[in-house]
Design a protein around this ligand. Structure first.
Ligand SMILES: [Zn+2]
Length: 260
């Protein structure tokens, strides 16, 4: 039973749980239609609860009624009473609105429906048989990625000669089947390797990358050739016209760089 614990700890029920309680409440709601205003305000619901509790107390005090009728008046409080009243009023309004409304009768067909279609027990075969083409066998035709070291240093290994099927055991291989051709790894040299791959390769083999040779703008010799030097982006060429000695040039450049 759903109970509302809103009456200071004592469980209270909705009047709708008992037809007798509901009938008493309907009667009391008619009797106390307005709150009491004389001698202090008392709400309508308090008046109804008070009257209901009076009736309940008289019932509990009457042994004859209790033994002879099995009558039980549930405990109700303001919360359960007002909720019941709202629901009761709502239902009453709906009933009133439905009055005089001719509801449709049973919507059934006048003639009996045809019997249900029997389901086939076996899967039906299509009229045109479906054909599915087998995909072409492209085994071994895909381009293989080959390690760079293989393509650079070693030439591709020639395929070993295929032994013809020995005639001693003709049951093993059927003569119609062609001999299996071993896959030949083609060296791939078209795509340049990345800088990282280059570096790894050089590190592995101990090979040193040739540095780009910069040449002197004045004499077109490599700037690493004797007599040349540089100081913070300035280049010194001994063959430049009216050139001063290298040591003097460096002193001048250092002096210039210390100026703010
Ligand atoms: Zn030079």
């Amino acid at each position: 039973m759903k109970r509302c614990f809103l009456s200071a700890g004592s469980p209270a029920s909705s009047p709708s749980k008992s037809r007798v309680v509901e009938a008493v409440c309907i009667h009391l709601c008619d009797k106390f239609s307005t709150p009491q205003k004389k001698g202090g305000y008392v709400s309508r619901w308090k008046l109804i609860i008070s009257a209901y509790n009076g009736i309940r107390q008289r019932l509990l005090n009457s042994e004859d009624l209790l033994e002879g009728t099995d009558l039980i008046l549930l405990v109700i409080n303001e919360a359960t009473l007002t909720k019941w009243y709202k629901d009761h009023t709502r239902r009453g309004e709906i009933k009133m609105l439905m009055q005089g409304l001719s509801l449709p009768g049973r919507r059934t067909a006048k003639e009996p429906l045809p019997p249900a279609k029997e389901l086939p027990s076996d899967p039906s075969q299509p009229a045109v048989p479906l054909t599915f083409e087998e995909p072409t066998d492209t085994t071994g035709q895909a381009a293989r990625r080959v390690r760079r070291s293989l393509s650079v240093s070693e030439p591709a290994a020639t395929p070993p000669p295929v032994d013809p099927p020995t005639p001693s055991d003709p049951t093993e291989e059927s003569p119609a089947q062609p001999p299996v051709q071993p896959m030949v790894i083609q060296p791939v040299a078209s795509k340049p390797a990345s800088r990282t791959t280059d570096w790894r390769h050089r590190k592995k083999t101990g090979e040193r990358k040739e540095r780009k040779v910069y040449t002197c703008r004045v004499c077109n010799k490599p700037i690493t050739s004797p007599g040349h030097t540089q100081f913070r982006g300035h280049r010194y060429c001994p063959d430049a016209p009216n050139q001063i000695p290298k040591e003097e040039w460096l002193v001048l450049r250092r002096a210039e760089s210390k100026k703010p």
